[in-house]
Design a protein around this ligand. Structure first.
Ligand SMILES: *Cc1c(COP(=O)(O)O)cnc(C)c1O
Length: 400
């Protein structure tokens, strides 16, 4: 019998909702795309998005910016991180995270990864001591959230401020607290492959008025900072307005208009992602040779991608599996590849950072497989994908 093949596209997102298209067209008809191009006391799409996102996360302040990478660089600058400083971060993350650290002249200190794909909090404590770093840029890579209660306790013990990279956890939570609300600043991305899609874009949230005043100035507010409906009060800007450089990275009304209807839909989208995720997870669980990543009960996830481990597989066997699945239409990414490909690179390919060795992270990445779950897939698709992976893993196990 012919082996079933999956024909969906792993990089195909859903269309932008009609309400968002209509709002975007209205902005274009107005000709006023710049966030400070407002008439009278008009709020504008960007400030409205900030107000709604602050409400969504429960933050006092929100700021919309040009990208998730910009959000992280801006947060680091707003905290005063600069030339020669060391910043703790995950050994397992995506290139824009160490890139944001390097963009302010600082050096990343990478922390080991647990088999749950989260930051190793014991290694964090160790490296906090040995590096003297005062900031952690914590990446909830692929949506995996570490024990945030323990992490924040360790950070407090070492006098470390935490910036959260929530590119994969917009809409997720730890013990009911939205991701991005444990640290002093939370950063999000609205790039096409994240949980809301404006092509490019980012958001920053914080309760701290002085950090947020600096972030607003940094983002390129000129002296128009009073036009933010959920920004800090004017006196906070008086203290920083002459000393904070304009590192232009604003969001425009067009992208904000596209995002507002998506934010309203986000809880429903999260439920759809999780339905796909749990289908694949159930289909893969108890496959010999394959280890599902069990999620902590405190975690509320957004299953926009799924990961699993192939413990102790040889590189050749992993490559053969990726190839066999690809031949049946299932696109898997392997974090263990020696050479970086497409979006997938690893800490040892970020050679602008001081060379570091993370043996436990290496051991995990050697068997780590990653797969996107776009919402253009149905639950039946998710079941078919899982059965294809399961079949091919079984074939590989028999050959071994
Ligand atoms: C995509 C991503 C970012 C940055 O987002 P951009 O908007 O593309 O700059 C940050 N962290 C992680 C883990 C990401 O995947």
């Amino acid at each position: 019998m012919e082996k079933p093949v999956f024909t969906g596209k792993f990089t195909q997102q859903e269309p932008i909702p009609e309400a968002a298209i209509a709002a975007a067209v209205a902005v274009m008809r107005s000709g006023r795309l710049h966030r400070y191009n407002l008439i009278g006391d008009e709020e504008g799409e960007v400030s409205a998005l900030e107000r709604e996102f602050a409400g969504f996360t429960g933050a006092r302040y929100a700021l919309a910016v040009a990208s998730g990478g910009y959000a992280m660089g801006c947060a680091l600058r707003a905290l005063g991180v600069g030339q020669g400083d060391r910043v703790l971060s995950n050994g397992f993350t995506l290139a824009p995270v160490p890139g944001a650290i390097a963009s302010v002249g600082a050096a990343p200190v990478f922390v080991e990864t647990t088999p749950s794909l989260t930051i190793d909090i014991d290694d964090l404590a160790e490296k906090a001591r040995s590096s003297g770093a005062k900031v952690l840029l914590l990446s909830h890579m692929r949506g995996h959230i570490c024990d945030m209660d323990r992490l924040m306790a360790v950070a407090a013990e070492h006098g470390i401020l935490v910036i959260e990279d929530c590119a994969h956890t917009m809409g997720a939570a730890w013990r009911g607290v939205p991701s991005g609300r444990h640290g002093i600043v939370g950063c999000y991305s609205t790039q096409t492959y994240k949980h809301m899609n404006s092509g490019e874009g980012g958001l920053i949230v914080s309760d701290d008025p002085d950090i947020m005043a600096r972030a607003v100035m940094l983002s390129g507010s000129y002296m128009l900072f009073g036009r933010h409906s959920v920004g800090p009060s004017g006196d906070r800007f008086e203290k920083v307005k002459y000393d904070t450089p304009n590192v232009s990275g604003r969001m425009d009304h067009l992208r904000a208009a596209i995002l507002r209807p998506q934010l309203a839909d986000l809880p429903a989208q999260v439920a759809r992602w999780n339905a796909l995720y749990h289908r694949v997870e159930e289909g893969l669980r108890n496959t010999p040779g394959l280890q599902v990543i069990e999620r902590a009960p405190e975690e509320s996830i957004v299953g926009s991608s799924i990961q699993f481990l192939l413990p102790d597989w040889s590189p050749d066997a992993v490559r053969a599996l990726v190839k066999a699945c690809a031949a049946r239409g299932v696109e898997l990414k392997w974090f263990g590849a020696a050479e970086p490909v497409a979006f997938t690179s690893r800490y040892d390919s970020w050679r602008y950072a001081p060379a570091q060795r993370l043996p436990r992270t290496d051991a995990i990445l050697a068997g780590l497989i990653d797969m996107r779950l776009p919402l253009t897939f149905s639950e039946a698709d998710a079941s078919l994908i899982a059965s294809i992976i399961r079949d091919e893993v079984m074939v590989a196990m028999q050959a071994a």
